[in-house]
Each structure stands twice: as structure tokens, then as C-alpha cells.
Design a protein around this ligand. Structure first.
Ligand code: FES
Length: 108
């Protein structure tokens, strides 16, 4: 599967996740404070909660429900109660386009 344009780079607000759907896969797209764009599975592994409704802090995205913070780079939770990682996806920036391939898990 090829990469799909999910939004414009200019659509992203720093530290404010944007929920997108790519072929049925819900993904949170995050522009971090260092200017890097991340794509991380949107569903918390502890419960059916959308991580894009959570809080970005540095390179983590925190679930609002019970506070597990997931690494934007690896998808791994850094604290309980979640203990399973969420997937992370490779992001391509092409001009002002943000592209994600949902079948491609980012190498970590
Ligand atoms: S649902 Fe996300 S930490 Fe509990």
C-alpha cells in the first residue's frame, strides 16, 4: 500500500493531535515542539479511548482516561496502566503534504 496524504503540514498545530483515518486505521498525527511530525495508533491499548483527545508533552502522548503516556517514537507506554504498545507509522513530508502508509510500521 502506498502512502496516503492525510493533511497539510499547515493543518497541524504544535502539540495538538489531529485524528485521521487511513483505510480504516485511526491514527493520531502530532507535530511536536521540536517540529517533528509523528503518526501513532489512535486507540489506547488500555481502553477504547482516542489518544488524539489526550495531551502531548515532549515526545509523549498521554491518554486522558488513566494517564498512560505513549512514546511518539516507539509507541511504547512509559507508565501503567497500559502495558502494550500502540503502532507507530512512517511519516513522509512532501512540500506541505503529510503522508502516512498505514501498512508500514515505523522502524524503531
Ligand atoms: S484507557 Fe488509556 S490509560 Fe486507561
Amino acid at each position: 500500500m502506498s502512502a496516503t496524504r492525510v493533511c497539510a503540514l499547515s493543518d497541524l498545530e504544535q502539540d495538538t493531535p489531529l485524528k485521521v483515518d487511513v483505510d480504516g486505521v485511526a491514527i493520531a498525527v502530532v507535530l511536536d515542539s521540536a517540529g517533528e511530525v509523528h503518526a501513532i495508533g489512535d486507540t489506547c491499548t488500555h481502553g477504547d479511548i482516542s489518544l488524539s483527545e489526550g495531551f502531548v508533552e515532549g515526545e509523549t502522548l498521554e491518554c486522558w482516561a488513566h494517564g498512560s503516556a505513549f512514546s511518539l517514537r516507539t509507541g511504547k507506554p512509559l507508565n501503567l496502566p497500559a502495558y502494550e504498545p500502540v503502532p507507530v507509522f512512517a511519516v513522509q513530508i512532501d512540500g506541505d503534504d503529510v503522508l502516512i502508509d498505514p501498512s508500514l510500521k515505523k522502524e524503531v
